[in-house]
Write a protein that binds this ligand. Structure first.
Ligand code: FAD
Length: 550
């Protein structure tokens, strides 16, 4: 039985090595059109930045090493140009010699990944994508060639665009970033990306949101926001699309997202052809609908599943949560599941929670703040998504929520998770437990909350806003027209409250919750501004990016 695998990186090589471990007698051939297989694409930006200094560290395997250990027949520099599913043949071109051959398969795995959205050039300005070892070879050669490369323009404020910007700054380049959408990192909600955008600017990245390249005259790039740049280098990180040309030659069915449609065993519309990785639709864990998620973990896992199925082991993919993380200049942003933007667009009923805990006990040196957002189905208490932005500890909290979502642990039940604690690692009430407490209070009705973007409408309808922070905090910056009554004085000053509903807020939401409980128990209609002043201030930046909130 011969299995041919097209594409020799994440999905393809996971399938190949797993299949060998399961079946010593299988004939396994991998065709890879590039010069390298099994390389660390996720490490590429850090090679550009000089953090990974040894290029060979990026090359995890070679055709020789894969043959020695796994007896794989790996052919680099070989492009598969068409598939004949009836005869079970692929046509392969050896690129160095342009020699064409046809090869028979019993089972075929397409692991061809995604492609940059389009080949775009900008006059004479050197422009590169950042997707392959060859890309970073070209970029680093340019950076090292002479001292002439001083500035760069990154197109795209997604995960790879941010990593590119960080690493170009590390190389001493004046770096600008243009992002078509209104905020960077589109999978996150806008108020969560505000601190990250500020952080990028503080590190010298010139961020232009809601901006595209209008035109290029000579070496000058004119942006749609009226500014212009004269970059020595452009990195195109404007996004990818599933690579489907080959699938189309075989008449394979594409799904509604434009990716190759597969079932839970990664089988395409042709029973002998499987497909995995960035070119393939995943199943969204929340909706069950097809979705595109281009992450290495999924490509690797689905490659493994495919090998199992081919070897006769009963295995299927788990649906995808879309868990992702990025680090930029020591700030970390992570997400899992759906965003508020997506859920509201889908008309999903929603409970939103913002918290701003410390990474570990505040009294132990080195605690860092983080902003957390949890999205909950108000009927079932099911966790629909989460986002966390901060420093240390973001990674473990997003992973805990990803595990909770996989296991079906509800939002309120996060309060009950027994997590490891010593002061340098967390808190006796870990940020995850705290999210659970807030979720439980909202579920049981012990507290009610209002979102930053709902405040204006609530006040227009007659609600009074009470700032329950200290007089000093209030003086340092407050929400316009908020009345300051510190929470510790609230019981004595109830008669100062006007009739009608009251919205309370503090810095991050915790004292606001206490204040709302006091008022509610005195018969006052009180809601807490979710996430307090900090979330509101981030929201104010979203509404009016130019406004500087103290
Ligand atoms: P790929 O790994 O892209 O491999 C596809 C291969 O198929 C390519 O080598 C291509 O040359 C080959 N191929 C295509 N067509 C043919 C053909 N006709 N014939 C022969 N060969 C062909 N994911 C994360 O989860 N975390 C990260 O931190 C992260 N960072 C990333 C950073 C960068 C710079 C990049 C580019 C990606 C990053 N990713 C990250 C995404 C991750 O690398 C991809 O999700 C993963 O590599 C997809 O695996 P794949 O097998 O589908 O495709």
């Amino acid at each position: 039985m011969r299995t041919i695998i097209i594409g020799g990186v994440a999905g393809g090589m996971s399938a190949a090595t797993r299949l060998r471990r399961l079946d010593e007698s299988a004939e396994i051939t991998v065709y890879e059109r590039g010069p390298h297989v099994s390389y660390a694409n996720c490490g590429l930006p850090y090679y550009v930045g000089g953090i990974i200094t040894d290029r060979s560290q990026l090359l995890l395997q070679t055709p020789d090493s894969l043959h020695r250990r796994f007896r794989l027949d790996v052919r680099t520099g070989h492009e598969v140009v068409s598939i004949d599913p009836d005869l079970k043949l692929v046509t392969v071109v050896e690129l160095a010699t342009s020699t064409t051959s046809t090869e028979h398969y019993d089972t075929l795995i397409l692991a061809v990944g995604a492609a940059a959205r389009g080949e775009v050039t900008f006059g004479d300005i050197p422009t590169h994508t950042l997707r392959t070892v060859s890309d970073v070879d070209a970029i680093t050669a340019l950076l090292e060639r002479d001292n002439g490369i001083r500035s760069a323009l990154v197109i795209g404020g997604g995960f790879i665009g941010l990593e590119a910007a960080e690493n170009l700054v590390s190389r001493g380049l004046h770096t600008s970033l243009v992002q078509r959408g209104p905020h960077i990192l589109t999978p996150l909600d806008p108020e969560m990306t505000v601190p990250l955008e500020s952080h990028l600017r503080a590190h010298g990245v010139d961020v232009h949101t809601s901006t595209v390249i209008d035109r290029v005259d000579g070496g000058i790039v004119h942006l749609s926001d009226g500014t212009s740049q004269q970059p020595d280098l452009i990195i195109d990180a404007s996004g990818v699309r599933p690579q489907t040309t080959l699938a189309l030659t075989a008449g394979l069915r594409l799904g509604p997202t434009g990716g190759i449609a597969v079932d839970a065993e990664n089988r395409t519309s042709d029973a002998n052809i499987f497909a995995v990785g960035d070119g393939v639709e995943k199943q969204d864990a929340r909706t069950g609908e097809p979705t595109l998620v281009t992450m290495a973990g999924l490509a690797n896992r689905h490659g493994r599943t495919t090998a199992d199925v081919i070897a006769g082991v009963a295995e299927t993919n788990a649906p995808s949560l879309g868990t992702a993380i990025v680090g930029v200049f020591d700030m970390v942003a992570a997400k899992v599941g759906a965003s508020e933007t997506e859920l509201r667009a889908a008309g999903a009923p929603l409970r939103v929670i913002h918290t701003h805990p410390a990474s570990h006990a505040g009294y132990y040196p080195g605690a860092e703040g983080m902003s957390m957002k949890l999205l909950v189905d108000p009927e079932s208490d099911r966790i629909l998504g989460a986002q966390i932005v901060g420093g240390s500890g973001v990674d473990k909290r997003i992973d805990i929520i990803a595990v909770a979502m996989t296991a079906g642990i509800t939002a309120s039940a996060l309060a009950k998770l027994e997590l490891a604690y010593a002061p340098q690692f967390g808190s006796a009430k870990d940020p995850i437990n705290q999210l659970g407490y807030v979720a439980d209070n909202l579920r049981t009705g012990a507290t009610r909350s209002l979102q930053w973007h709902e405040l204006e409408a609530a006040r227009t309808s007659g609600a009074t806003l009470i700032d329950v922070r200290s007089a000093g905090e209030y003086a340092a910056g407050s929400i316009p027209a908020a009345v300051n009554i510190p929470v510790d004085e609230l019981r004595e000053r109830l008669d100062e409250l006007p009739a009608g509903p009251v919205i309370v807020h503090c810095q991050v939401g915790q004292r606001g919750h206490t204040a709302a409980r006091i008022l509610t128990q005195h018969g006052i209609d009180a809601v807490n501004l979710d996430g307090g002043f900090r979330t509101w201030a981030a929201g104010a930046q979203v509404r009016e990016p130019a406004v500087n909130v103290v």
